[in-house]
Ligand binder design. Structure first.
Ligand SMILES: [Zn+2]
Length: 231
């Protein structure tokens, strides 16, 4: 909660400063300026049907399309963006990246125009209580605006409060999240084109575990979107 209060206070004093270069931004609701946005390392995965993101899921689960906004590796600005969103309460970052990304992916790839429902990867309620929010909710909210879809954060839940995955290898990550997610209202998901979203994708274990549960519901199709992609 402390993080949230600080962020609200900070936003009042510095309403329009770019998170990466500290220069003024044009619009009050923006947190990444036009120039920084232009220089960030975009993946442009959404312009290719087969890309490094879809490849990561080959032989695992059927994915309609997958897009990620930025490469995470070795870029200080992208790290700053993710860190600000995740740990400093700067939730506007998620919304802004979501809005920009929604426009770009819908324009370039018809699969993203058909999305009905956007579901963020859920945090365990204890983790969310500690952080005060789920960072992926804000990214989902931004995407929903420009993809003209609805987003819901109450249809998928995390039953187990798992350990941090940062030091785990691919197999350990897979075991860590196996069978820990649950679809709350399967009838609502039936026959929908669903976009499952998270902040960063590394091995894809978490997205895979969530998608598996969603795909158990009749007629569902799953696409994926993340803010950053770890090579
Ligand atoms: Zn900037």
């Amino acid at each position: 909660m402390r993080v949230n209060l600080y962020s609200g206070f900070s936003a009042l004093i510095h309403p329009s400063i770019c998170i990466t270069c500290q220069q003024k931004v044009v619009k009050k609701e923006e947190v990444i300026c036009i120039e920084c946005d232009y220089h960030l390392p975009r993946t442009n995965f959404h312009t290719e049907k087969k890309n490094k993101f879809t490849e990561r899921f080959w032989g695992r689960i059927p994915i309609e399309a997958a897009a990620s906004m930025y490469y995470f590796n070795g870029n200080e600005h992208v790290k700053r963006i993710i860190h600000g969103l995740k740990y400093e309460g700067k939730t506007q970052i998620g919304e802004q990246v979501g809005r920009i990304m929604g426009k770009r992916i819908a324009y370039a790839n018809p699969t993203f125009q058909k999305i009905d429902l956007i579901l963020p990867v859920p945090l365990h309620y204890k983790r969310q209580k500690e952080r005060g929010y789920n960072q992926s909710d804000f990214f989902a909210k931004g995407l929903a605006k420009t993809l003209i879809a609805i987003w819901r954060n109450d249809l998928l839940t995390r039953k187990v409060n798992t350990k941090s995955q940062t030091t785990m290898n691919a197999l350990e990550r897979m075991k860590n999240v196996e069978n820990i997610f649950e679809v709350v209202d399967p009838a609502f998901l039936k026959n929908k084109n669903i976009l499952l979203v998270d902040d960063v994708v590394t091995t894809g274990a978490t997205l895979e575990a969530c998608a598996k549960e969603i795909l158990k519901v009749e007629g569902t199709k799953v696409s994926l979107a993340t803010m950053a992609f770890v090579l």
